[in-house]
Design a protein around this ligand. Sequence first.
Ligand SMILES: [Zn+2]
Length: 437
Amino acid sequence: MLFKNIAVLDDRFKLRENGYVGVKDGVIGYIGDQMPEEAFGEEYDGRGKLLMSGFVNAHAHTPMTLLRGYGENLNLSDWLNTRIFPFEEKLTGHDIYYAMLLGIAESLRSGIVSTTDMYFYGEEMARAVLESGVKNNLSLGLTCFGDEDLYTLKNYKEGKLLFENCHNTGDGRLKIDMCIHAEYTSGEKVVRQMAEHCKSLGANMHIHLSETKEEHEGCKLRHGGKTPAEYFYSLGIFDSKTTAAHCVWLEGEDFDILKEKGVTVASCPKSNLKLASGVCNAPKLLEKGINVALGTDGAASNNSLNMLEEMKFFALIHKEKWGDPRVVTPRQALYAATRAGAVSQGRADTAALKTGMKADLIALDISGAHMKPAHSLLNNLIYSASGSDVRLTMVDGKVLYRDGEYQTIDIEKVIFEVEKSKDRILSELGQALAEKA
Ligand SMILES: [Zn+2]
């Protein structure tokens, strides 16, 4: 495809008006001010549009779209124990497959090309990723509340099989990561064994870290004063390339540990606000040179998978929190929503608009009243744009979403199936409650 007469935001966030970008064999082959001599197939008229890198969602539980709006206005522990966990117990592979597709559709609609996911029913999630054409670093959330041996756990066996069968499939679009859900949901033995297992596979690691004060302080009581970061560090988790979600309550040496081990912080500002978990100290992380990416978390605590919205929250929240409107610049927010996520996923070839990179691109309509005038398009992109401005989302050079239409997802069927799953689960939960009473 050849994008022509389009504004182009390149890998250094430099703007080129009326540019030309040629995509061939899934890769960006040409960027320039003139019509290229080489043929790139279909021509896309880019007048009134901006072409830029697609977004990378660095922390999500995509199938939680099924729980959107189900548990509201509760703190994390009530939210998990009274709403989320009972609902999740009723989920089947069929439910997960369609809820995953719904989340993928929503993600594509607001320009997400790749997601780092943690959930269960990996096989069904993998199928949805491969069929829909998106990129995903998928892991199975490992929880175990006793002193079990990792190698006896169902989660371990499923994860191992998933890694063997699916890692780097779909031309590398799908990667399988390893996972410890969190310090408070796993025993020490399992964490140590998972650290070794992940290292032996050369896989990436995905964890929740210091999301709430309760978790952070509880960990110190449980583990001789060690913070969650110190605890995971001591057990070797960070010896693998790690994405740590939230990191709201980091303190003291925690920052140095993350820096030393090259851990990516996947900050989830909207989810943290909604559950009143706190605000991650992104200015300090950025100042220390720690890779800070952005995640939406699940749709149950957000309630959308929309990186434009997430960027805006990320750019705004720190200004109030730290009393300084200069912190977290539009460039930093944009980098966090794109390239930082790709770095955390171990994808060197995506999330930058540059020749030779994979064509994981989005075209945004910048002709709307809310985008005018454009004293700075970069500022408008962070503070004024909305997810629905995305008109086209391309992954590996293939258009997956364009002007409200999905090329690989039967959205009506997906919504029908998700509604059906929701009704069935609610009725089962109602019956369970009635049986208890
Ligand atoms: Zn999460």
